[in-house]
Ligand binder design. Structure first.
Ligand SMILES: Nc1ncnc2c1ncn2[C@@H]1O[C@H](COP(=O)(O)OP(=O)(O)O)[C@@H](O)[C@H]1O
Ligand SMILES: [Mg+2]
Length: 264
């Protein structure tokens, strides 16, 4: 785990507060994300996990507090100034929506076109490489409707990494997947961390996956980061709030089953 003093956080969130109307969702979040870690965000439904990650990529502005990316304050940046920073962030949104009228290749190329890349040979090459990384080599011309749920997730992942981001945010990458397909996604996430030195931030409800892939887990509760630690520390914790959360969401793949080998 990268918590040594010499390692500067990639993302630093301090005192982050966010309300919608009179409902305060984030009440003062402090969290650091370190280079090349896989940070899993856990928390009940509606606890603000998606809202927090949207602040980390500059898609939402806080009411109070600070979000720094590589030491630069991003919470108040204009879209224009944010653009080069966003290029370093890949996002796999909740429900991983693909454009159904576009081919797999066109879907993956989309962020490149948005970034103003016009060199078609380069785009073709990058799309090909991204598909290779997610083990979908040669599937450029398929339509999303021809793909299984797991393959669609992998296409969404290919789109998130096509422009070589340094951090990838995954909002519920396991939702709707069976355990075997979830394992494939987990394997890819760890491969990105290990081979491409990508920092992963993952929101999930799948504890089995969380314990397998996390370098560190952060637990969001009542608008604050209630707890952070390693998967092992979480499993060994006697904190009643954690225990209650873990037992409440352990209907699939309970935490007793979490002791899976790290995927190779
Ligand atoms: N753009 C928005 N406008 C109003 N309310 C929002 C908005 N985005 C999220 N919320 C509310 O904030 C709360 C936290 O949402 P979210 O971060 O999506 O939860 P989760 O932890 O399940 O990802 C929810 O009650 C949600 O309805
Ligand atoms: Mg969410």
């Amino acid at each position: 785990m990268n918590t040594g003093d010499s390692t500067k956080p990639l993302i630093e969130v301090r005192g982050l507060k966010k309300s919608f109307g009179d409902r305060q969702i984030l009440k003062g979040i402090d969290i650091d994300v370190y280079p090349e870690e896989t940070l899993v965000l856990l928390g009940g439904s509606g606890s603000g996990k998606s809202v927090l990650t949207k602040h980390m990529v500059g898609l939402m502005s806080p009411n109070e507090g600070s979000v720094k990316f590589e030491g630069e304050e991003i919470s108040e940046l204009s879209e224009r100034k944010l653009a080069p920073i966003r290029k370093k962030m890949g996002i796999m949104f909740q429900n991983g929506a693909l454009f159904d009228s576009m081919t797999v290749g066109q879907n993956i190329a989309f962020p490149l076109l948005e970034d103003g890349i016009k060199d078609e040979a380069l785009i073709t090459e990058k799309v090909k490489e991204a598909l290779r990384i997610v083990n979908l080599k040669g599937e450029e011309d398929k339509m999303p409707s021809d793909l299984s749920g797991g393959m669609r997730k992998r296409v969404a992942l290919a789109r998130a990494i096509v422009d070589h981001p340094s951090v990838v945010i995954y909002d519920e990458p396991h939702a709707g997947l069976d355990p075997i397909t979830s394992d494939v996604i987990d394997h890819l996430i760890k491969r990105l961390e290990r081979d491409l030195k990508i920092t992963n931030i993952i929101i999930t409800h799948e504890l089995r996956s969380a314990f397998r892939i996390a370098t560190r887990i952060a637990f969001l509760q009542n608008g604050e980061i209630y707890w952070t630690g390693t998967p092992k520390e979480m499993q060994e914790s006697t904190d009643p709030v954690l225990a209650s959360f873990l037992s409440g969401t352990s209907d699939q793949g309970s935490w007793e089953q979490a002791d899976y080998p790290t995927p190779h």
